[in-house]
Ligand binder design. Structure first.
Ligand SMILES: CC(C)(COP(=O)(O)OP(=O)(O)OC[C@H]1O[C@@H](n2cnc3c(N)ncnc32)[C@H](O)[C@@H]1OP(=O)(O)O)[C@@H](O)C(=O)NCCC(=O)NCCS
Length: 307
């Protein structure tokens, strides 16, 4: 008989067992351990958000977890961080019941959204350049081909707003063509550190957690006008790195800095003998980023639904 209850501290081994069994075939999966799940989920505090056991619903059959859902609050907004039911237990109302428990927990919030992208502090990497539990270089998402999950959410009123794409290329591939000028910028690289956009090149961003990473800054007049970070995703696959953050200050956009930064990051990755570099973009939200990666030879690998 299926029962529902909230997270208990003794659940940690069951959570890790569930995770490693349920998601082994997902893109960029790696086997997690208890420390991973504890540090990133149940002991996680991100800004005003902290893990709340009352928002974590578990469906059990005897001692075994058959599904779980994780909801949270961000100011007046409620969000669904994760929802999953194991294949043998689907189509019996377990997911719907977990979803309803999440909505009850979120009663009183102004709106509820499905948090499938870069903002998810638990299963994604909003806190720094480190590998998400699986999915994109920024976090878990619903693959466009997952008709069952998409239909489940649509029946409950959640329709994707955007399509995100994972793009990838081999850093050592043929030289990049069509370079623009680089204006009067000078470029600086950093190892396991990253400067803050708009500040001086020695003002570094304190990341709460990170995997090995390199960053490049475009400096114009002692100010960081643009920067990009590439980080190791080698826990998922040897030779795999991801791009975490590419941004150019608004006043400096359109003059080739974005392209120049990614080109330098690719050169560094080629020197490190990285085999594949991937990045997540949302073409409708950031057509310029999509253009930069397309021009630099990145191709579309996977498409994701963003709610
Ligand atoms: C993406 C970003 C870093 C690009 O920086 P940039 O210095 O302006 O980039 P470049 O000047 O090197 O190249 C921009 C390219 O995008 C193109 N572009 C600019 N705006 C565009 C638009 N609305 N639609 C399509 N292409 C566009 C430019 O024409 C240029 O391509 P071209 O050389 O073929 O003409 C910058 O727009 C940015 O910081 N955006 C906000 C943060 C962001 O979206 N980051 C990426 C998250 S995935």
């Amino acid at each position: 008989m299926i029962r529902f209850r909230n997270w208990l501290p003794a659940d940690l081994p069951a959570a890790v067992f569930y995770w490693n069994r349920a998601f082994a075939d997902r893109r960029n999966f790696f086997p997690i351990d208890e420390r991973d799940f504890r540090d990133r989920v149940v002991a996680n505090r991100h800004g005003e958000e902290a893990f709340d056991p009352a928002g974590f619903q578990i469906a059990t059959d005897g001692a075994e977890w058959v599904g779980f859902a994780h909801a949270g609050r961000r100011a007046n907004r409620g969000y669904l961080a994760f929802l999953h039911v194991r294949e043998p237990h689907r189509r019996h109302g377990v997911g719907g019941a977990l979803f309803d428990l999440c909505l009850s927990y979120l009663a009183g919030t102004d709106e509820v959204f499905v948090d499938g992208q870069c903002f998810n502090p638990y299963y994604g990497n909003v806190q720094g350049p480190f590998i998400p539990f699986w999915g994109t270089p920024e976090g878990i998402s619903v693959p466009q081909g997952d008709r069952e999950a998409l239909a489940f959410l649509e029946r409950r009123g959640f329709v994707p707003r955007f399509e995100a794409v994972t793009m990838e290329r081999a850093p050592a591939d043929s030289p990049v063509l069509g370079e623009k000028g680089e204006g009067n910028a000078t470029f600086r690289s950093y190892v396991n550190a990253c400067p803050a956009l708009g500040s001086r090149p020695d003002d570094l961003v304190p990341h709460a957690r990170f995997d090995r990473h390199i960053a490049w800054a475009a400096v114009v007049g002692e100010r960081v006008a643009g920067r990009v970070i590439a980080y190791s995703m080698e826990r998922a696959r040897s030779g795999l790195w991801g791009i975490y953050d590419l941004e150019v200050e608004e006043v400096a956009r359109g003059s080739g800095l974005g392209m120049a930064l990614v080109r330098r990051a690719l050169d560094s990755l080629a020197a490190l003998r990285v085999e594949t570099c991937e990045v997540l973009t949302i073409p409708a939200l950031s057509p310029a980023a999509y253009r930069v990666y397309e021009r630099l030879g990145f191709g579309v690998a996977v498409r994701w639904a963003i709610f």
